[in-house]
Design a protein around this ligand. Structure first.
Ligand code: GLY
Length: 565
C-alpha cells in the first residue's frame, strides 16, 4: 500500500467519490437467496487475481473488483490487458442483467477502402501493425462507466493495485517472459514496441513509470484524464510518428462513447444465459451453437466427447454459425442485425436439419489469415451473488505494437476486425461483407462472449475466453462439457477443444496445447477434413455449486483462481 496512502490523501481532496458503507446483511429475501459464501475471481494472471482479492476484501463488489483487475492487467498482462484497447462487460447486479459495450470505434477519418492499395487489393499488415491499425480506445471510459454505475469503493482505491504494479514493478513470470520473447511479430521492429517491452527474463522486476503516471492521472481526475488533456495529447502526437501514421484525433477521443446495451438473454437447459449482443457476434453465435446441439441431441446420442463423430458434428454446426456471422453481423448502430431471427428456435431447428451426420457439407475454399490473438478474460463473483464477466482486448498479441510515448500503453489493432475487403479473411481467417465494412465511428464486429448463466435468479456460471473468432466456440464447448457431459469445471476446462469456422474449407483447428490423437486425426482425415494448429484459449470461469464459488483458470496459460472469504 506504499503508493496508495499518498494517493488516497490527494484523492480525498480531489475526488468526489465516497464509498457507501458496506452492508453486512442482505437487504431483502431475494438478496439472501442470491448470496454466496464467498467472492471469487478467475483471472488470466496472478496480479489480476490479487487485485480483485484486495478489492473484495475491502468490501468492494464484483464491479469494483472487475475494474481493479482490468486496470491491473493493463500493467501485468501487456499482451492483452490494456488502456489502449476495448471490450465488453456482462454484469449481473442485484438480480438484474446489464451489458457494457466499450468496444473501440473507427476514427472519423477512417474509410471503407483505407487498407486497399491502388490495385484494390489489401495491403498486407496495414490493419495489423502501426498507428493506422488502431481504433479509438474504449477501455478507460468503459471501466469508469461501470464503476460510476455500480461501484461501492472510491475510484482511486480500485486503481491502486494497478498503480503499484506499474510504479513499484511486478515480477515477470516464466509464461510472460516466454510471450515477450516469442510472440511479438517481426513487423513490430518498425514500431517502438521493443523500447518499452524488452524480452524480460523470468524473475525480473518490470517497472513502467510512464504507465504509472498515466494511471495516476486517471485515478485523480477520472476517465477525462485519458480522453482529454495530457494523455489525449500524447496519443495524438503518437499518431503523427511513422513509418505508418495513425488517424486518431483529439475530437475522436473527446467524443468517444461507451454504451450500456440490452444484453442478450436466452433460455438453455433451464438456465438464463446472459451474454453479448452486437457489436459482438459472440452471444448470437453461442446461443446458435448451444441450441443447435440441443436440437441434434438424438444425433449426439451415444457419441463420446471429442471422438471423431463428435468433432464432425460440431464442425457441421459451426459451419452454419460462421456463415450467418459473415453475412448478417455488424455494429447495430450502423446496420440492422436480425438478432431474434438468428436465435429463433424454429430457425435454429431448420439450420440443425441441414447438418450432414456422415460427411462435411461442401464449403467454398478461402485461405486463412494469420493465427495469433490476444484478448483476455476474467470472471468475478462477490458475496452478494453479483457477477462480472469481462473480456477486453488489443486484438492481436500486443495490439498494433505502437506504444504511446510518454503514456506507456499499447494501442490496439482492432481495425483488423472490420471486413477490410468483402470476402477477404482477417487475421483469424473469418470473412465479412457490407454489414462489417469500415465506416467512421463504427465498431468492428467482435466475437467476444462474456457470459453469465443464472438459474432461478442465482448465478450458476461466469465464463469467457480470448481467442478471436474461436471465442464463442470455446465458451460453447466448456458449457457443453459441464452441462451436457456432466464434467467438473476443471475437467471441462482441461478437455481438448477442436474448432471449425466454415473457412478455411473443412479445416479443423486444434489448440497448440492439445493436438488430436493419431486415431482422431486419421478418422477425421478419412472424412475429408484437414488439421491446422491454432493458438490456445484461456477460459477463465467460475461455477457456483450451491452457494460455493469454484473458480477455475484455464490450465493452458498463467491464470489464477482465488476464493475470497
Ligand atoms: N478482437 C477479437 C474480437 O473482438 O473478437
Amino acid at each position: 500500500m506504499r503508493l496508495f496512502a499518498p494517493l488516497a490523501a490527494a484523492l480525498s481532496a480531489a475526488l468526489l467519490l465516497v464509498a457507501p458503507s458496506v452492508e453486512a446483511k442482505p437487504r431483502s429475501a431475494a438478496a439472501a437467496v442470491r448470496a454466496l459464501e464467498a467472492g471469487a475471481v478467475a483471472s488470466p494472471d496472478q496480479y489480476g487475481a490479487l487485485a480483485a482479492q484486495e478489492v473484495l476484501k475491502a468490501g468492494g463488489n464484483a464491479v469494483d473488483a472487475a475494474v481493479a483487475t482490468g486496470f491491473a492487467l493493463a500493467v501485468t498482462y501487456p499482451e492483452a490487458g490494456n488502456l489502449g484497447g476495448g471490450g465488453f462487460m456482462t454484469v449481473y447486479m442485484d438480480g438484474k442483467p446489464y451489458f457494457l459495450d466499450y468496444r473501440e470505434t473507427a476514427p472519423a477519418a477512417a474509410r471503407a477502402d483505407m487498407y486497399l492499395g491502388p490495385d484494390g487489393e489489401l495491403v498486407e499488415g496495414l490493419s495489423l501493425y502501426g498507428g493506422l491499425a488502431a481504433g479509438v480506445p474504449g477501455t478507460v471510459r468503459g471501466l469508469a462507466m461501470a464503476h460510476q454505475r455500480f461501484g461501492k469503493l472510491p475510484w482511486g482505491q480500485v486503481l491502486a493495485p494497478a498503480i503499484r504494479y506499474a510504479r513499484d514493478g511486478f515480477v515477470v513470470d516464466a509464461h510472460l517472459a516466454g510471450v515477450l520473447a516469442d510472440e511479438p511479430p517481426p513487423e513490430f521492429a518498425k514500431t517502438n514496441f521493443r523500447t518499452y517491452f524488452a524480452a524480460h527474463k523470468a524473475g525480473t522486476l518490470f517497472k513502467q513509470p510512464e504507465l504509472a503516471a498515466t494511471l495516476e492521472r486517471i485515478a485523480l481526475v477520472g476517465d477525462r484524464a485519458f480522453y482529454e488533456g495530457k494523455t489525449a495529447d500524447l496519443i495524438v502526437a503518437q499518431m503523427a510518428r511513422g513509418p505508418v501514421k495513425g488517424l486518431i484525433t483529439k475530437a475522436d477521443l473527446s467524443t468517444y462513447k461507451a454504451a450500456w446495451r440490452t444484453p442478450l438473454v436466452a433460455k438453455w437447459r433451464g438456465y438464463d444465459v446472459i451474454t453479448a449482443p452486437p457489436p459482438s457476434s459472440g452471444g448470437i453465435a453461442l446461443m446458435q451453437l448451444l441450441l443447435m446441439k440441443q436440437n441434434l441431441a438424438p444425433m449426439f446420442q451415444g457419441v463420446a466427447l471429442n471422438d471423431p463423430q463428435y468433432v464432425h458434428l460440431l464442425a457441421e454446426i459451426e459451419k452454419r454459425v460462421y456463415a450467418d456471422r459473415a453475412e448478417y453481423l455488424g455494429d447495430p448502430d450502423f446496420v440492422k442485425v436480425p438478432v431474434s431471427n438468428l436465435i429463433d428456435p424454429a430457425y435454429v431447428a431448420r439450420r440443425a436439419k441441414e447438418v450432414d451426420p456422415a460427411k462435411p457439407s461442401a464449403t467454398k475454399a478461402v485461405q486463412p489469415g494469420l493465427e495469433k490473438h490476444e484478448t483476455t478474460h476474467y470472471s468475478i463473483v462477490d458475496q452478494w451473488g453479483n457477477a462480472v464477466s469481462n473480456t477486453y482486448t488489443l486484438n492481436g498479441s500486443f495490439g498494433s505494437g505502437v506504444v504511446v510515448e510518454g503514456a506507456g500503453f499499447i494501442l490496439n489493432n482492432e481495425m483488423d476486425d472490420f471486413s477490410a475487403k468483402p470476402g477477404a479473411p482477417n487475421m483469424f481467417g473469418v470473412v465479412g461483407g457490407a454489414a462489417n465494412a469500415i465506416a467512421p465511428g463504427k465498431r468492428p464486429l467482435s466475437s467476444m462472449t462474456p457470459t453469465i448463466l443464472t438459474k432461478d435468479g442465482r448465478v450458476a456460471m461466469v465464463i469467457g475466453t480470448p481467442g478471436g473468432s474461436r471465442i464463442f466456440a470455446w465458451v460453447f464447448q466448456v458449457l457443453a462439457n459441464v452441462y451436457d457431459h456432466g464434467l467438473s469445471l476443471k475437467a471441462a476446462q482441461a478437455a481438448p477443444r477442436f474448432h471449425h469456422q466454415l473457412l478455411p474449407q473443412n479445416v479443423i483447428f486444434y489448440e497448440r496445447s492439445g493436438p488430436p490423437s493419431a486415431d482422431l486425426k486419421a478418422a477425421l482425415e478419412a472424412r475429408g477434413y484437414t488439421w491446422t494448429e491454432s493458438f490456445s484459449g484461456d477460459v477463465e470461469a467460475i461455477q457456483v455449486l450451491g452457494r460455493t464459488p469454484v473458480p477455475e483458470p484455464d490450465p493452458r496459460a498463467r491464470g489464477v483462481g482465488l476464493v475470497v472469504k
